[in-house]
Write a protein that binds this ligand. Structure first.
Ligand code: ADP
Ligand code: MG
Length: 699
């Protein structure tokens, strides 16, 4: 179809208006969330290749992608199948092999000694020197030498059935629409662009899709070019504004004001076997004040592993219960939900407060009974994973939602929870707890809609965990340590990690390790826990471990979050080099929870990459979560991809909070400027970049 004169707004122009886009291609594009021409323009290249010039063979190193040109010296047909070809190509500077494993008849015929060819491909180290495997090539005498290009060649993130050629054809069309005046609104005021010396939106897009041949690939790959920053900046700005508007909307809503709890809190603190730390008291007080207000609290509590967040949440919950309201506690895993259930039962039942756990696998009758008692306001505290927010669960009067280990819940989930608790024109208060320390600037942007409290003190009497890094070859030394720990009545975690994403394989590996370890330690009681056990089985294992009936617990990383067994004083992490800093810190936080000196052994497999080396030494040197988070930033530096989990599914299209951290202060300034002087553009900006999530801001 042709572009009609009416539809020039590229944010409304569906991709199928582009030449060559039929239903099938449109469907494939939509898998990448590309629906409109604007989406295509914001689908930025992942990397670039330089096809702008012909490189001398001698200048190549493995890993380069390059165009080369030379004469075929000889062609051989290596053993191993009739389809294989190996050519030697020579130019004035040197030689390189061109290797084809599956050459078709045409290729076998056309590649002849003496011909001049031009190739493009990736350079690798082969057995006989440098080679290109299955390069693109063209032969000189056919007159159509592989063209060198004017611009760097973009490589787009893609999906099955969508070739780079297709992408380039489509973006060519989109860019020419843009140049012909197709409308992609410049939302940012020109004053703002000038202040930060940014190019216009269309200049930036044209450059990023088709960088000129003199642009530095390295800078582009690191996403440090001003055109890229201009786009990232706009996205971050939109997100910040959307969070701020979310916060505004939220603060305009009403909630049940909860009077300060007196009676329950007194008894609770009297029964508690320890005294709250100063930091805990401060945070409890901050929450207490929030809850007395008639608009919903939305507070993030950051506290390092072991800083005692659970008891802080419990005190908030007492305030709701004393006002005769219900609380829901949301945990990221069933294992953690179960553990909280045990803890809260032991704290709350003596006070006559009923606590219930809702899991997916519960017996129907039991579940029905629970649901009925929740609907009647008999049960006050409801624990579970996000399953507690299914339709079938009807709360009588929910006033507080506690979300533990927040990094697995994003903005949208937060909004959904709030809707679920809506009744009598009131929204529930929300308390979000995380042990994943987030450096301040990051917290500012990813959680701009939240108020923050920090528990910056550990309970007294903790001896810091000492950490050693040991090569797998010296695994035997670990055996000794385990025997010692168990002989003195302590318990041990053995954590198995595996690169494979597959759950099945992970669990299998853990099973094998368990068998091996049982042979090594016939005298010890071992148990295994992993993600594929039934919830009851997990429950039993954890209960037995907590009671001290099990000496050595072999686990996958399911125990990473929240598990609390103070008598465990030794943790061995296998293949520790595979884990990120944040995950290592979380895991290690499972020990050192009692008064006894604890120890963590990081076993690694030789050889260590330099990044892994830095990670392991960082984790050995400090146990301070905030320092580790900062080190994490430094080690990864720009360009390193960040796992979804750590960004807290804050879904960004082109920005990366870690990589682009340095932009954040300017983003915050710019947000202020827009709010104060250009508030009319804010809605458009949010709509462009945040879309769906922003809608929650206007419910
Ligand atoms: P996290 O912040 O990692 O969730 P938890 O709430 O699980 O930490 O607390 C860790 C351990 O410390 C628990 O066994 C808890 O009972 C204990 N604890 C919490 N606060 C204190 C305190 N003020 N004094 C002594 N022990 C405490
Ligand atoms: Mg916890």
């Amino acid at each position: 179809m042709m572009l009609t004169t009416q539809i020039k707004d590229l944010s409304l122009l569906p991709c199928r208006y582009l030449k060559g886009v039929g239903p099938q291609l449109a469907e494939r594009l939509s898998r990448l969330e590309i629906h409109f021409v604007q989406d295509l323009l914001f689908h930025l290249p992942l990397r670039y290749q330089d096809r702008t010039r012909v490189y001398p063979i001698q200048s190549l190193t493995p890993g380069d992608h390059a165009v080369i040109e030379g004469v075929i010296e000889n062609v051989s047909l290596p053993k191993g199948g009739r389809t294989r070809i190996l050519c030697q190509l020579r130019d004035h500077s040197g030689r390189i092999g061109l290797r084809f494993f599956y050459a078709n008849a045409h290729q076998r015929q056309s590649l002849q000694a003496g011909l001049r060819v031009r190739c493009f491909g990736e350079v690798r180290r082969g057995s006989l020197g440098l080679e290109m495997i299955h390069p693109e090539y063209s032969i000189a005498n056919t007159d159509e030498l592989l063209k060198t290009e004017e611009n760097l060649t973009p490589i787009y993130p893609s999906t099955d059935g969508l070739s780079q050629t297709t992408f380039r054809k489509l973006t060519d069309q989109a860019l020419s629409l843009l140049k012909q005046g197709g409308l992609l609104k410049e939302i940012l005021p020109s004053k703002l662009l000038q202040k930060f010396s940014f190019p216009s939106l269309s200049e930036a897009l044209c450059f990023v899709h088709r960088p000129s041949s003199d642009a530095s690939i390295e800078i582009l790959m690191d996403k440090q070019h001003v055109a890229q920053k201009r786009l990232v900046f706009e996205e971050l700005l939109a997100h910040r504004l959307s969070l701020l508007s979310l916060k505004n909307t939220f603060q305009a809503q009403t909630a049940f004001p909860l009077k300060k709890s007196v009676a329950l809190t007194q008894t609770f603190l009297k029964n508690l076997s320890f005294q709250l730390t100063k930091a805990q008291q401060r945070v409890v007080e901050e929450i207490n004040v929030d809850l007395q207000r008639s608009h919903p609290m939305l507070r993030l509590v950051q506290g390092d592993v072991g800083s005692g967040k659970t008891v802080v949440a419990a005190l908030a919950m007492l305030q709701a219960v004393e006002n005769n309201f219900q609380c829901a506690v949301l945990a990221p895993t069933e294992l953690l939900a179960e553990q909280h259930f045990q803890t809260f039962k032991s704290w709350f039942e003596p006070l006559g407060i009923e606590v219930a756990l809702l899991t997916g696998q519960m017996k129907v009758a039991e579940r029905r009974k629970n649901l009925a008692e929740i609907a009647e306001n008999k049960i006050k505290i409801i624990l579970g994973t996000h399953a507690i927010f299914q339709k079938s669960v009807e709360f009588a009067n929910l006033a507080l939602i506690v979300v533990d280990e927040q990094h697995r819940f994003g903005v949208q989930q937060r909004a959904q929870l709030r809707e679920k608790g809506f009744h009598n024109n009131c929204y529930p208060h929300q308390l979000i707890m995380t042990a994943t320390p987030i450096p301040r600037t990051l917290a500012m942007s990813a959680y701009a809609d939240l108020d923050c409290s920090v528990i910056d003190e550990l309970p007294p009497g903790r001896t810091p965990v000492t950490t050693t890094v040991v090569s797998n070859v010296r695994r035997n030394e670990v055996t000794l340590r385990i025997r010692e720990a168990c002989a003195s009545g302590r318990q041990v975690y053995w954590v198995c990690t595996l690169i494979e994403e597959s759950d099945v394989l992970q669990c299998q590996a853990a099973e094998n390790t368990a068998l091996e370890l049982q042979q090594t330690f016939p005298e010890l009681k071992l148990a295994l826990i992993h993600g594929r056990l039934k919830p009851q089985e997990k429950e039993q294992v954890m209960a037995a471990f907590k009671k001290g009936d099990i000496h050595l617990l072999i686990a996958t990383t399911v125990i990473e979050v929240g598990v609390d067994v103070p008598n465990a004083s030794l943790m061995v992490i296998e293949n520790a080099e595979r884990l990120g800093l944040a995950q290592l810190h979380q895991l290690r936080g499972r020990v050192g929870r009692g008064a006894v000196a604890s120890h963590c052994v990081l076993l690694y497999q030789h050889p260590l990459s330099s990044l892994a080396k830095q990670r392991l030494s960082a984790i050995r040197e400090t146990t301070d979560g905030f320092k580790i988070a900062q080190r994490d930033l430094e080690i990864r530096g720009p360009g390193e991809v960040l796992g979804v989990r750590q960004t807290g599914d804050f879904s960004l299209r082109i920005a990366d909070l870690l990589r682009d951290e340095e932009l954040l202060p300017d983003v915050a300034d710019a947000a202020e400027i827009l709010i104060n002087h250009y508030s009319e553009v804010i809605a458009d900006l949010i709509k462009r970049w945040v879309g769906l999530a922003a809608q929650f801001g206007h419910v």
